[in-house]
Write a protein that binds this ligand. Structure first.
Ligand code: ADP
Length: 354
């Protein structure tokens, strides 16, 4: 079995609160197992340009409670080229890096798979506020981002009540409506619009009209980023025109990506980081660490990436060829569970938030 003497940690893609807690957990778990650790800066860019630093346990002190990522993050188009991969492998050789834990989203996992195929064992940790990695119930950063969003929306609601207004609020989430749906429930929003489900605009307009007639003063409507950059503003104009309720648009954007990580994200990041190191040291690689039914487990990266494509209806010819019938059935069941969850959250908003 491969003996690990040194492992690297990097964060890549969009940042998320809790990444630092994951970095700390990986470093501390490795060092406590007698394995050296290097921090790799700015994702795969740092690997290409040899921007790495030997870490002691003190290099990850006082970061568990901070948002962002002390290792910084960057997109690296160069890493997808042969030249970039060769430079990255050279850095690994120079520093004798045997394995890497890469924190990020699906792009980051693709990079990790490529590195594993070239002999550097990699494990991925799901770090993204969007919760759009189908294989895991929760991603690192999702909980904090929603807590920040609900704090902002609660404030908007106060002023909407004072002035008898409607606020249409756009939240991040890329193609996923998870942040929008859960914050809609938590803030008692009158309506929510997500890319996964069809939207009955006439019904929302009617609901606002009826509630206003019965004396309701404040209205919150949450829209997911995935609807497109102009959707929220245009909807705001239509709501005001059709209902007569003065309406304002607000985009929370990157503000929900920062800030102090919540207990839940710190806990998840710590458990996942520790698990990732134990997997590597046990000789396993090309895995993404997941939280399924509140249990930390490892899922093969190729499986996780194809499951994502299945969920997003983006499967390509031959994608399923390397999987068994049982695995495909398992993937279909996971997609169905996720869709049912989204529909159930949506139904709750429409039923309770009157
Ligand atoms: P995320 O990890 O949040 O999905 P990106 O999609 O931007 O973010 O991916 C982060 C980085 O991972 C990219 O800048 C690139 O270096 C690497 N990456 C993305 N896609 C691939 C790919 N198909 N093959 C190899 N590396 C990739």
């Amino acid at each position: 079995m491969k003996v690990f003497r040194k492992i690297g940690i990097l964060s890549s893609g969009g940042d998320a609160p809790g990444m630092n807690a994951a970095i700390r957990a990986v470093a501390r778990a490795a060092i406590s197992s007698g394995v050296q650790v290097v921090g790799i800066y700015s994702g795969y860019e740092g690997l290409i340009h040899d921007d790495v630093k030997d870490f002691t346990v003190r290099d990850v002190s006082n970061i568990v409670n901070h948002g962002g990522t002390v290792l910084f993050s960057a997109r690296s188009p160069l890493f997808k080229t042969k030249e970039g991969m060769d430079a990255a492998l050279e850095t690994c050789r120079r520093h004798a890096i045997d394995g890497i834990v890469a924190i990020g989203g699906d792009g980051t996992f693709r990079g990790a798979t490529d590195l594993t195929a070239h002999g550097v064992s990699c494990i991925g940790l799901p770090g993204t506020i969007d919760n759009d990695i189908t294989a895991t119930d929760y991603t690192i950063g999702f909980d904090t981002a929603m807590n920040t969003a609900i704090e902002m929306i609660d404030r908007l609601r106060d002023t909407c009540e004072s002035h008898a207004r409607c606020s249409v609020v756009e939240v991040m989430g890329r193609d996923a409506g998870d942040i929008a749906l859960q914050t809609a429930i938590a803030t008692g929003a009158t309506g929510v619009v997500v890319p996964e489900l069809s939207f009955d605009e006439a019904a929302l307009i009617e609901k606002i009209r009826t509630s206003r007639a019965l004396g309701k003063r404040n209205f919150i409507v949450i829209v997911a980023e995935g609807l497109g950059s102009t959707f929220g503003e245009e909807l705001t104009t239509r709501i005001e025109k059709e209902t007569g309720v003065e309406s304002r648009f607000a985009r929370l954007a990157h503000v929900i990506r920062g800030g102090v990580p919540s207990l839940r994200d710190r806990l998840l990041a710590t458990r996942m980081g520790e698990f990732a190191v134990d997997e590597l040291l046990a000789g396993r690689s090309n895995e993404v660490i997941c939280d399924v039914n509140n249990e930390i487990c490892a899922v093969d990266i190729d499986y996780a990436l194809i499951l994502d494509r299945m969920y997003k209806n983006k499967l390509k010819e031959g994608d399923l060829d390397r999987f068994t019938k049982e695995q495909i059935a398992e993937m279909q069941a996971a997609c169905a569970r996720r869709r049912a969850n989204i529909e159930s959250l949506y139904a709750t908003v429409n039923r309770l938030n009157l």
